[in-house]
Design a protein around this ligand. Structure first.
Ligand code: ATP
Ligand code: TPS
Ligand code: MG
Ligand code: MG
Ligand code: MG
Length: 310
């Protein structure tokens, strides 16, 4: 399960070789019971999501996964069965994302269960894609479909009362519990991307992060935002759920800018990687921020448009 320099997790620390022409990319994300997941969620799903959300940050930076460290803070009520299922899920996720464990720490806590991963990735020197770098004239793209996980969370919370086909339920729940980081697009992102980030806090909130960091204005056609069949079917019945889709978060898709004249190459790269890539806007002159086009009725007031950390 560990990388070679982790010495089967029997030493005080691990050592890592970094190829001379590459740089380490470092990212950390934590998940806390009651905040990022529900206490009775499946431990194998939690393990998957914990690694996936960190891989998503690496993917958005154009980095290939290298290794990760793990900190678990477990309440005393957690039994062996939970730990075994969690470890099994972690093994499955490691194989999927081709990443190995470097080490970490295990502590007990009198508070809620908390899981933290620090993931390391590699990029060729000076090629990490930043949130900064979008230029006027670039087009704005997003991978996959937006809003599925947020709808899945509403489903788990019992907030969706309309009848939903079983297949759509299963799909929305898998998007909530088993996000698929867009690692297969990293090579193309490094070629075409001028700025990028992954969408965790919500499309609107995260696009604003990119706009502000790049000091540009993003014109976003909200009607072009890609939706899954399951999301579309829900929105036909309850149009107000479009707000949830645009701001709910937990998407773990990548939003990126690239020169508009590369749109065809980007579409081809998406097809090659088996990842849908949709153009949803462009970078325009103006104050740093967003122009959200195509909002309907009450949606014109989306507030901060996403998840607040504290
Ligand atoms: N407690 C902290 N100490 C140091 N740096 C932090 C801390 N919290 C966040 N950061 C830094 O702030 C930046 C943004 O972090 P943030 O967690 O918002 O990004 P993210 O991982 O893309 O989003 P999300 O947490 O929603 O997945 C990163 O550079 C991160 O390292
Ligand atoms: C039980 C439960 N409640 C709410 C959510 C939604 N949620 C939690 S954190 C987050 C953004 C990223 O977090 P952070 O920025 O803290 O890393 C989102 C969208 C969930 N998944 N489970
Ligand atoms: Mg984070
Ligand atoms: Mg993150
Ligand atoms: Mg991120």
């Amino acid at each position: 399960m560990g990388v070679p320099g982790a010495f089967d997790l029997t030493d005080d620390a691990a050592v890592l070789d970094v190829p001379y022409d590459q740089q380490l990319v470092v990212t950390t994300d934590a998940m806390v019971s009651g905040v990022h997941f529900l206490p009775h969620d499946n431990p194998a799903d939690l393990a998957w999501k914990l690694l996936a959300v960190n891989m998503s940050d690496l993917a958005a930076k154009g980095a290939e996964p290298l290794a990760y460290s793990l900190v678990t803070a477990l309440p005393k009520t957690i039994g062996d069965e939970w730990v075994e299922a969690f470890a099994k899920g972690l093994g499955e996720a490691q194989r999927q994302f081709r990443i190995n464990l470097l080490g970490g720490d295990s502590v007990s806590t009198s508070g809620p269960l908390s899981l933290t991963v620090t993931a390391l990735g590699l990029v060729p020197c000076n090629r990490m894609i930043r949130r900064k770098g979008a230029r006027v004239g670039d087009a704005l793209f997003v991978t996959g479909s937006i809003g599925d996980a947020a709808l899945g969370l509403r489903l788990v919370q019992g907030a969706l009362t309309q009848p939903i086909p079983e297949g759509d339920r299963a799909y929305l729940l898998s998007r909530l519990h088993r996000p698929l980081p867009r690692l297969d697009l990293v090579a193309s992102l490094r070629v075409f991307g001028t700025a990028a980030l992954d969408i965790s806090d919500g499309l609107v909130a995260d696009l604003r992060h990119l706009a502000v960091t790049s000091k540009v204005r993003l014109q976003v056609d909200t009607q072009a935002v890609p939706l899954s069949g399951a999301a579309l079917r829900l929105l036909v019945g309850v149009p107000a759920l479009r707000r949830v889709v645009l701001t709910g978060g937990d998407d773990y898709e990548v939003a990126f800018t690239a020169p508009a004249d590369k749109a065809e190459d980007i579409a081809a790269a998406g097809i090659n990687a088996g990842i849908k890539v949709t153009r949803i806007g462009k970078v325009v002159e103006g104050e740093p921020g967003l122009d959200l086009l195509g909002l309907e009725g009450a949606e014109t007031d989306l507030g901060v448009g996403g998840w607040r950390h504290c």
